[in-house]
Design a protein around this ligand. Structure first.
Ligand code: PGA
Length: 255
């Protein structure tokens, strides 16, 4: 199956012009055999949809109500139906930076349901904080298992089994803004991803991709992506550097 490389631009770049320029560059260099998703800040979604031909559009967050159902009285929020109307195909949900701002497991659950119901693909981020990992691998597994069970609580199997659920293992201690660029090791990421697959097995088709995220760059990408267990990468910092990101995408296309 094609590897998926997701560019999570977070709150970057500074202007629409820069966003369009970077998206054009990335889009013009995508080889066959890899799926590239660019997730810019909300205001750049629509302009990027105009310039991108190969890359898919992703959103970094979503709200769980839709205007028709909820009356739309949610200042500052954006619904999955609105994202869909802009050409969005993937939505990141439960990123640790959103959770750090107060997003609860229950809210993540509602967002996953909203995205799947809208017919979009969800990139659900799970991963333990540094304090949990200091207690060891077993503690990390327990933490992630709990997140998965809460985030996927009550979701009907016909929704989960559409190949539209993509889980990303993103240990918080390996995200570049926390770790200073020190990633997890591929071996550890594989162990955690195998564990996630086992946890999901009863509910989700085995083909469903599980990705790794956290300080992926051009130097370490191959070490992760060469493993069959790792379905791709969620790339933050390195996705804003055209040459660096191009290398990651090329590497992904080889596997
Ligand atoms: P990073 O970010 O690649 O800069 O570590 C990954 C993420 O937070 O999604």
């Amino acid at each position: 199956m094609k590897k998926i490389i997701i560019a999570n631009w977070k709150m970057n770049p500074a202007s629409e012009k820069e966003a369009e320029r970077l998206a054009r560059q990335i889009d013009g260099e995508i080889p066959r055999g890899v799926e590239v998703v660019i997730a810019p800040p909300f205001p750049f979604l629509s302009p990027l949809n105009q310039v991108m031909k190969k890359a898919k559009l992703g959103a970094q967050d979503v709200f769980w109500e839709n205007p028709s159902a909820g009356g739309g009285a949610y200042t500052g929020e954006v619904s999955s139906s609105q994202l869909k109307s802009l050409g969005v195909k993937y939505v990141i949900v439960g990123h640790s930076e959103r959770r750090a701002l107060g997003e609860t497991e229950n809210q993540v659950n509602k967002k996953v349901i909203a995205v799947l119901t809208a017919g979009l693909k969800v990139i659900l981020c799970v991963g333990e904080p540094p304090a949990v990992r200091r207690r060891g691998l077993a503690a990390a597994k327990r933490f992630v298992k709990q997140q998965l069970s809460k985030n996927l609580y009550g979701i009907k199997s016909y929704l989960l089994n559409t190949n539209r659920l993509i889980v990303t293992y993103e240990p918080i201690w390996a995200i570049s803004s926390v770790s200073g660029g020190k990633s997890d090791t591929p071996e550890d990421a594989v162990r955690m991803i195998q564990f996630i697959k086992r946890v999901l097995k009863a509910r989700v088709k085995p083909e469903a991709g599980i990705l790794y995220g956290g300080s992926v760059d051009a130097k370490n990408a191959e070490g992760f992506l060469k493993h069959d267990e790792i379905g791709g990468a969620l790339v933050g910092g390195a996705s804003l550097k055209q040459l660096e990101f191009r290398k990651i995408v090329r590497i992904a296309s080889k596997f």
